[in-house]
Each structure stands twice: as structure tokens, then as C-alpha cells.
Design a protein around this ligand. Structure first.
Ligand code: PMP
Ligand code: GLN
Length: 384
């Protein structure tokens, strides 16, 4: 393994899912739903396979039906208009979108400012692109993790090439407010930065929180690469269908890298996801309401089990603080948890450069059946 990748090892998600299997534990670690997405969309995939749509290499930018559906979704939900031919790119999941965007836009030596904790692939992809990551730590404040805008401004230097934003945010569940995003946008314009914004949890936003796509803010459309995922929005994480929307020059750049990563992917599934994006609003509302009920169930259960809970405004993750349980090291806690309670969780420290800042935090996924969450809570209550 070369020096760029040496520090990364095996992703925590693979490690923890393997541990869950080995120990027969309930897996609240890796974020994947235990219920597949809509039946009619699975049927659409079967039809595409059977009718011979997408069984051979689809077009490089994605099948036209899906690009049109992505564009229509952005228009309908956010009033953002993207030309399906020049401003939309289908990728092998959001993971490839992130990789291709960073490989295409970062020069060796460039600095990439990212929110910390960060989704693990960000760090590895910045490294593969030869960039340097500059983390800006979200700090616990009154029950949630907040961005310090002064710290963000201070992180930008003459070598900064782009800001890598994620809202709703994995693993903290923070949804950046319109004010915070406006400040980020002003900074990007003032310092002439590109922004890559990972909005894969755009439909999982709860209570009073609102998902504001960064590209909707003044001056941002032309400098923002926005990333979405059918895995997250329609509960088909195995299909690996994601997308990028951006101005033509940026989409071209990302496509240049994408061509040499996978070339294309997920042929038949692209047709099915096109149908999924056209589902009525009731699908998106029901999906959100279902996850909201699960959030409340798990948040209450974790609180009763003695964790300090950061109630997430978005995503399907809950970050907890284990110190009230008399613990301080999330890694040790998560390694012992299967044995102690038959549950798997993720130590947030893996998402930090400043490991000590993340040490006492542990993430639980709640995209699981109600009965599974109830059983997990029952088990976790034996810890106290
Ligand atoms: N970004 C974030 C913040 C995620 O949590 C994930 C995990 N699903 C991804 C990107 C990757 O998405 P995909 O499965 O579509 O590759
Ligand atoms: N995004 C998922 C999570 O945060 C995991 C995806 C993966 O395993 N790469 O849990």
C-alpha cells in the first residue's frame, strides 16, 4: 500500500459489520436500512433487466431518463434548474461522485477544508488526489454539534482549493442552517473557492430543520458540485446509483475522472431510480416520518440506557456521548460492546484527525426495523 493510503487501513464500516456477523450482534454500525426500498421500484429494475435496458454499458453521463429525472427532482424540490445533458452526471453511488470530484478538482498540494467529523471516504479521496485535508471541528453546543464560522474562515488559506461540505451531516446529524450556509457561501465567493457538497441525506430532515441546498444560495450555482444518492433516498444502498449536479465545466471535469474510475455503472438500476425520483411527494414524506419515529424511539432508548444523546436534526444516525456511562474511549467501548450487550456501533473518533475531540462519541444507526431497535435498546439498558 502506498504512502498516500497507508493511514487508512480497512474502513470502519467493513470492520464493524464483520464484527456484528461474527458475534451475532444487532448491527447499528454501518448505515444501511434493513428494509429495502419501494416494491414498485424493485419491479422497475426487474423490468429494465428483462427488457434489456442497461444490460450493456449505459452512456457515460448516465441514461437520459435518469439525468432528466435528477434534473426534474432538483427543480421540483429546490427550484434549481440543471440541464440534463450538460449539468448532470450519474455515478456509482455518492462514493464515486466524491472520489471523482476530488480527483478532478484538487491539484497535488491543494488544501481541502472539510467539516470534522467527516465521512471516512473524504479523507481517503483527498489523499488519493494528493491534497491536504484541513479539518474544521464541529463542537458540541447545547445538544448538537455546531460549526464555528470564525474557525471555518481561519482555515482558508491561499492554498485552499475547495470546501467539502456535508449537510445533513454524517455522523452528527447536524443540519446546517440557512445562516450558516449563507456564511459558507459568502466565504466561498469572497475567496473564490469551489464547493463540493454532499447532500445524500437531503430527504432525512426532522422537526423544524430545513434542508437548504448550498447551490441555491447567491453566487453558488456556478461554483458548487452537489452530490445525491439513491442508496440513501430510496433505501437501495446496494444499487450504487448516485449523481452530481453542477455547472457544465464542473460536470465535465468530474466526468473526466469518473470515466477512468468505473466508466459507467448500475445500468438497469438507473432506469428504476429514474422512476423512483418521480415518486409523489407522499413517498418522501412517509420515508421521513418513518425515520423520524425511529429516531425518537432510539433517542429515548439511548437516553434511558444512560447515554447523553445528541438528537439529530437529520440523517439516520444518532451520535451519543458515553461519558455518563463512566466510559471515555469510544474505540474501546465499541470493540467491547458486542460482547457486553450484543450491539454494534461506530466510534466517531475514526471520523476525526483530532482523535481526542471525537474520543467519547459513538454513533448508532436507526434505519432499522422497530422491533430491532427495541431489542437493541433492551440490550443496551443492561450496560448501566
Ligand atoms: N456521503 C455520506 C455522508 C454518506 O453517509 C454515505 C454513505 N452512504 C455516502 C456519501 C456514500 O453514498 P453511496 O452509498 O451512494 O455511495
Ligand atoms: N454511509 C454509511 C455509513 O456512514 C456506510 C457506507 C459504507 O459502508 N461505505 O454508515
Amino acid at each position: 500500500l502506498n504512502r498516500r493510503l497507508a493511514e487508512f487501513g480497512t474502513t470502519i464500516f467493513a470492520e464493524m459489520s464483520a464484527l456484528a456477523l461474527q458475534t451475532g450482534s444487532i448491527n447499528l454500525g454501518q448505515g444501511f436500512p434493513d428494509t429495502d426500498g419501494p416494491e414498485e421500484i424493485r419491479e422497475a429494475a426487474v423490468r429494465a433487466l428483462r427488457d434489456g435496458r442497461g444490460n450493456q454499458y449505459p452512456p457515460g453521463p448516465g441514461v437520459p431518463e435518469l439525468r432528466t429525472a435528477i434534473s426534474a427532482h432538483q427543480e421540483r424540490r429546490y427550484g434549481l434548474s440543471y440541464d440534463p445533458d450538460t449539468e448532470v452526471l450519474v455515478t456509482a453511488g455518492a462514493t464515486e461522485a466524491i472520489a471523482a470530484a476530488l480527483l478532478a478538482l484538487v491539484e497535488p498540494g491543494d488544501e481541502v477544508v472539510a467539516l470534522e467529523p467527516y465521512y471516512d471516504s473524504y479523507a481517503a479521496c483527498i489523499a488519493m488526489a494528493g491534497g491536504t485535508r484541513v479539518p474544521v471541528t464541529l463542537r458540541p453546543y447545547e445538544g448538537s454539534f455546531r460549526l464555528d464560522l470564525d474557525e471555518l474562515r481561519a482555515a482558508v488559506t491561499d492554498r485552499t482549493r475547495l470546501l467539502l461540505i456535508n449537510t445533513p451531516h454524517n455522523p452528527t446529524g447536524t443540519v446546517l442552517t440557512r445562516e450558516e450556509l449563507t456564511a459558507i457561501a459568502e466565504l466561498a465567493v469572497e475567496r473564490d473557492l469551489l464547493v463540493v457538497t454532499d447532500e445524500v441525506y437531503e430527504h432525512l430532515v426532522f422537526d423544524e430543520a430545513e434542508h437548504v441546498p448550498l447551490a441555491t444560495l447567491p453566487g453558488m450555482r456556478e461554483r458548487t458540485v452537489s452530490i445525491g444518492s439513491a442508496g440513501k433516498t430510496f433505501s437501495f444502498t446496494g444499487w450504487k446509483v448516485g449523481w452530481v449536479t453542477a455547472a457544465p465545466g464542473l460536470v465535465n471535469a468530474v466526468r473526466s475522472a469518473k470515466q477512468y474510475l468505473t466508466y459507467v455503472a448500475s445500468g438497469p438500476f438507473q432506469y428504476a431510480v429514474a422512476e423512483a425520483l418521480a415518486l409523489p411527494d407522499s413517498y418522501f414524506t412517509a420515508f421521513r416520518d418513518d425515520m423520524l419515529a425511529k429516531r425518537d424511539l432510539l433517542a429515548t432508548g439511548l437516553t434511558e440506557a444512560g447515554f447523553a444523546v445528541f438528537r439529530p436534526a437529520g440523517t439516520y444516525f444518532i451520535t451519543t456521548d458515553i461519558r455518563p456511562l463512566g466510559e471515555k474511549d469510544g474505540f474501546a467501548f465499541c470493540r467491547a460492546l458486542p460482547e457486553r450487550a450484543g450491539v454494534v456501533a461506530i466510534p466517531n473518533a475514526v471520523f476525526y484527525d483530532h482523535r481526542e475531540a471525537g474520543a467519547p462519541f459513538v454513533r448508532f444507526a436507526f434505519c432499522k426495523k422497530t422491533g430491532v431497535l427495541e431489542e437493541a435498546v433492551r440490550r443496551l439498558k443492561t450496560l448501566a
